[in-house]
Design a protein around this ligand. Structure first.
Ligand code: ADP
Ligand code: NA
Length: 346
């Protein structure tokens, strides 16, 4: 019998932060470690998604390489997981077009990320980037590409952050719509939700940690030095209440730090409440030092491997990994595409 097919992707838009790691990347590694021999794992650096926002070409190339190095540094094994650049497998774009021909505009326009853009003024010129007129087709249709990414590999399981479940629902809708017309060809992927729901911004702990926030001190990057981690945690927004306790409602800043420690300990730790109780008599300063130590202890190995990988042989090792992943991913996609083309009459 066939095993499960796991697919997930991440955009090459800079070094991942602690939220990306705890909410996504670490889960990928865990799934790889727990996979049965007959399972297939595909992890894609989704460069075609990255260009829905205008990118500097040289920087995008650099970011792709850095994301690949990060994925290896967190322990993804290219002999166990298929690690590849999305654009190296044209079948992703091909299936996207085919799915576009049956995707519902109405459904797409109800997606929250698009809807949030609908409040922009619509009377300005296309050169005014803050107007509706400047919105791009690719941004509207990228959930179709996301669906194609998953379905082209006949994925059965998709590990995603909680913010992505709506897009998974849409992928299932695309699959249903296609299968309704052409027969049972595309898979019905199920979601694997990450245990780390939302790591919050260090500066605005009611918002999620994100690369799109202006203040770089609001997030810890996987490549941050011991010193940078300490500085960022030291300046993290907390409150004026004495001691440590866990209450995300009234103490979001302190509670976020507790949750970071909890999730870094990978379920081996006691609950957030127990961690807070252990630290209840510490000053916030001492608690923050403890949090910084904990983050550094978990990230230092990743950071060292990252720089080793990136500096090795002028990147030829990374090229080999990308080539091998691209070939294996193309073979996986082709198995689905032969059936799809035949069914559609292409
Ligand atoms: P960002 O919000 O920084 O742009 P992405 O949207 O590129 O991050 O997310 C990449 C992955 O990381 C997704 O699976 C997403 O669910 C997860 N993720 C992003 N931010 C967080 C966070 N603050 N906490 C937990 N998971 C997150
Ligand atoms: Na995002």
């Amino acid at each position: 019998s066939k095993g499960r097919v796991v697919f997930s992707g991440i955009q090459p838009t800079g070094v991942p932060h602690l939220g990306n790691y705890l909410g996504a990347l670490r889960q990928w590694r865990k799934l790889q470690d727990e996979a049965a021999p007959e399972d297939t794992l595909l992890y894609s650096i989704v460069d075609l998604h990255a260009i829905t926002i205008r990118q500097d070409p040289a920087q995008l190339k650099r970011w792709k390489k850095e994301m690949l190095a990060t994925m290896l540094a967190i322990g993804l094994d290219p002999h166990r997981s298929i690690i590849f650049y999305q654009s190296s497998v044209p079948a992703h774009s091909e299936l996207m077009w085919i799915l576009s021909c049956s995707a519902s505009m109405g459904y797409l326009s109800r997606m929250t990320q698009w809807k949030s853009k609908m409040s922009l003024p619509d009377d300005a010129s296309p050169l005014d980037t803050s107007s509706k007129a400047a919105l791009k087709l690719g941004l509207f249709s990228y959930p179709v590409l996301q669906g194609a990414d998953i379905l082209v590999h006949s994925a059965t399981h998709v590990p995603v952050g909680h913010d992505q479940s709506q897009h998974l629902e849409f992928a299932r809708e695309l699959s249903n719509g296609f299968n309704h017309i052409y027969g049972p060809i595309l898979s019905q992927p199920t979601t694997i939700l990450s245990p780390a729901k939302r790591i919050m911004s260090l500066k605005e702990p009611t918002l999620k940690m994100s690369k799109s926030h202006a203040d770089p001190k609001s997030r810890i990057l996987l490549t941050d030095s011991r010193d940078e981690i300490s500085k960022k945690i030291k300046t993290a927004l907390t409150d004026s209440i004495t001691g440590v306790s866990y209450d995300p409602e009234t103490r979001p800043g302190v509670s976020n730090l507790v949750e970071i420690v909890y999730h870094l300990n990978d379920g081996a730790a006691p609950s957030c409440e127990a961690i807070a109780k252990d630290c209840q008599d510490l000053s916030i300063k001492a608690f923050k030092e403890m949090v910084a130590d904990c983050i550094d202890a978990k990230l230092s190995g990743i950071r060292e491997r990252y720089y080793e990988i990136l500096n090795e042989e002028g990147g030829s090792g990374l090229r080999r990994v990308a080539d091998m992943g691209g070939m294996n991913a193309a073979a996986s996609a082709e198995a689905t595409m032969e059936k799809v083309r035949d069914a559609v009459g292409l």
